[in-house]
Design a protein around this ligand. Structure first.
Ligand code: AMP
Length: 219
């Protein structure tokens, strides 16, 4: 099963993905996390991606497509895609790759949320550089302020691209390029489940589960 989760930065894609992969036993393939791991490992791919990521721009399509096609194949095609596709070129290439393997996207979930909510969520987000756990300075505080609950004594950091000036560019990029992916799927007749992601996490996930459950039953 292939599930695509669309939505701007801060829509809650990562949080929703965690719940989806637990329930349906799928691999969570986050293009952003994969790129951050490549950077942490000092690979050529990581070095190439760095300048784009730190300035809030998209990494070029051919780099991302190659990376994600390989990752999806390694997951046996059973995955939730988080942060990919982000351009119409990536979406078309994903459809082509899946079709070659006799597969298709089973569900497209589009998390819709206003810019002011996004700004609050993203600029307050802090993460642990060691284990990747994510916190929020107001809504998901660690037990000891500024430190990871799991990696004792490890200071939390703000992702460089979560700072307000870079976030502004990421949102602009999203509206200019990634929003068109929704149009691509509509035009190609693929059903999109639009969900108001400004609502509480449990409400959002309940709607997502309802949809995926109906697909699983129909298989
Ligand atoms: P994310 O964690 O999904 O917000 O991604 C962080 C950054 O990684 C983005 O701002 C882009 O620079 C890059 N990135 C992640 N996924 C993609 C993608 N599908 N296409 C291009 N760039 C990407």
């Amino acid at each position: 099963m292939v599930i695509v989760l669309l939505g701007p930065p801060g829509a809650g894609k990562g949080t929703q993905c965690k719940r989806i992969i637990e329930r349906y036993r799928l691999a969570h393939l986050s293009s952003g996390d994969i790129l951050r791991n490549e950077r942490a490992g000092g690979t050529e791919l990581g070095k190439e991606a760095q300048q784009y990521m730190d300035s809030g721009k998209l990494v070029p399509d051919q780099i991302i497509i190659e990376m994600m096609v390989g990752t999806i194949a390694a997951a046996g095609g059973n995955c939730v895609l988080d942060g990919f596709p982000r351009t119409v070129v990536q979406a078309a290439e994903l459809d082509k790759e899946l079709a070659e393997k006799g597969k298709k996207i089973d569900a497209i979930v589009n998390l819709v949320v206003d810019n002011d909510i996004i700004e609050r969520r993203i600029t307050g987000r802090r993460s642990c550089p060691v284990c990747g756990a994510v916190y929020h300075i107001d809504t998901m505080k660690p037990k000891s302020e500024g430190y990871c609950d799991k990696c004792k004594g490890q200071k939390l950091v703000q992702r460089p691209d979560d700072k307000p000036d870079v976030l502004e560019i990421r949102l602009k990029t999203y509206h200019e390029q990634t929003a068109a992916v929704v149009g691509y799927y509509s035009n190609s007749g693929q059903e999109i489940l639009n969900i108001d992601a400004g609502r509480p996490v449990d409400d959002v996930i309940a709607r997502v589960f309802k949809k995926i459950d109906s697909l699983v039953t129909a298989r």
